[in-house]
Ligand binder design. Structure first.
Ligand SMILES: [Zn+2]
Length: 61
């Protein structure tokens, strides 16, 4: 499964280490959640500070 390149503030976990690459904060709100077949959850998050949107893909087991 392809992974995005390592983020500088990553702490080893994609969920916990989600950091806005524009302003560096970790304060996101979820805009929407989309479920895909195979237990994949797509979440679009928006930075509360600068409004940058980040798409995360998680696999639920
Ligand atoms: Zn930001």
């Amino acid at each position: 499964m392809p992974r995005p390149k390592q983020w500088p503030h990553s702490q080893g976990g994609e969920r916990v280490g989600l950091v806005c690459r524009a302003c560096g904060c970790q304060d996101f709100r979820v805009v929407y959640v989309k479920h895909r077949p195979g237990g994949i959850v797509i979440r679009r998050r928006e930075c509360r500070h600068c409004g940058r949107r980040v798409l995360t893909r998680e696999v639920q087991v």
